[in-house]
Design a protein around this ligand. Structure first.
Ligand code: FE2
Length: 98
């Protein structure tokens, strides 16, 4: 289970390509989702995920992560597909609510 962190020197892109990504369960992240955590943006497991992982020996999940050397610029497709509630999913407000 990842811990809370900020990628100070890079942007972080994750593509959730298999299984059921336990750390972000309840955030709206599912297979086929892509997340972008801009450099300096603190992020980590969904509230309660660490507690649920205690004692677990295996998670069926697969994601590909890219940390960039330079800041990303979003194209029209990236901007248009943003879930405006995503940044609030760590607040306990749930996905899709901005
Ligand atoms: Fe990260």
């Amino acid at each position: 289970m990842p811990y809370y962190h900020s990628n100070v020197d890079s942007d972080e892109v994750m593509f959730y390509c298999g299984g059921d990504y336990e750390a972000r369960k309840g955030s709206g992240i599912g297979q086929g989702s892509i997340s972008l955590h801009p450099g300096g943006h603190a992020h980590g497991p969904q509230p309660g995920a660490v507690e649920r992982s205690i004692g677990a020996e295996f998670f069926d999940e697969l994601a590909v992560m890219v940390d960039t050397f330079r800041p990303l610029e979003l194209g029209e497709g990236g901007v248009a597909s943003e879930d405006p509630g995503y940044a609030w999913t760590w607040s306990g407000r749930g996905p899709g609510r901005s």
